[in-house]
Design a protein around this ligand. Sequence first.
Ligand SMILES: Cc1ncc(COP(=O)(O)O)c(C=O)c1O
Length: 361
Amino acid sequence: MDPGLLFIPGPVPLPPEVREEMAKAALPHYGDAWVKAHSETHDMLRYLWSAPDAHVFPIAGPGHAALEAIAYTFLRPGDRVVVVSNGFFGERTHEVLQSHRVKAEVVASPWGAAPDLAKLRAALKTPTKAVVFVHNETSTGVTNALEPIVEAAHAADAFVVVDAVSSLGGLPLPFGKLGIDAGFTASQKCIAAPAGIAPVAVAPALWESVDPTSVEGWYLNLFTWDRYEREWGDWHPTPTTISSNLFYAFHRALTLLRKEGLEARVARHAKVAAKLRAGLIDLGFKPVGPAAHLSNTVACLTPPEGVDPMRLVRRLKEEHNIYISGGLGPLRGKTIRIGTMGTQADLETIDWLLKAMRASL
Ligand SMILES: Cc1ncc(COP(=O)(O)O)c(C=O)c1O
């Protein structure tokens, strides 16, 4: 089956080297080669998070598994948590945390708007354990500024959790420098690996503040992952069976990222996103978010007058074999979304996409 050109906001097309790993025979999830790849993966994750002293965990699962691992490990039922929400994934974060029986209060702003910082500071006048927010809102193509949210949370003695699913590796995210306490991402976006690994990073101070015996659960308890690394690290450093193809593909994707360099990769995302935005605005599209907050990894735009976005999505697929996405929630039937993450951030294929868009309006 011809996979077509995948411009949805993740998963993204896999580089040939990563696909090669997926096609290999299965290998053991332990032993010398695994220990080496595991240790290199940890080093590369610290590099990716710009956090040399963070605890990092390549959890096998989707991005939401990582959010749940953070919730299990660092939150307790009844804790007050403030969720900053301005789109689908902010709302989803709230839903996930509520299922953990924390008292999750939402500081909401309309989909497509920037976070409401005044409302956040007011909410933080009540003692709060944690502030959780989405760095890059994949539903609206809005990037939320990290610094003001981290500052407001820390001023109120709350720890900060960042959903970096559609940002890490594509947007600047100086985890260590900003003093972010915990973050998570997913392999299928800017890292350009197959879906199925959810990297978590935790700052040492947050890690050391928790009594491991107070954590419920086993698989999504980060202390289980830590224990295996410490106690079985010389032969079997991960607690369960992880697909060897997936793990080595993830390792290969991180190796490619490291070779390109994080700064160069972020700059590539910025350049390609700017070209796509300019091309689409030229065709009459309008970005949903405020100009200063437009994302370099996901574009979300309303089409020109008279163009039905769902018809456009269909035509691109049927006539050009190109996949883009429609809107989510209240933006369904009103917007299109295009990913420029990892392999998608390529000037030549963006040209191709823009030509197909022009022909499909
Ligand atoms: C910002 C954001 N958070 C969380 C998720 C959930 O990731 P997953 O589907 O891997 O659980 C996504 C998926 O698109 C996302 O874009």
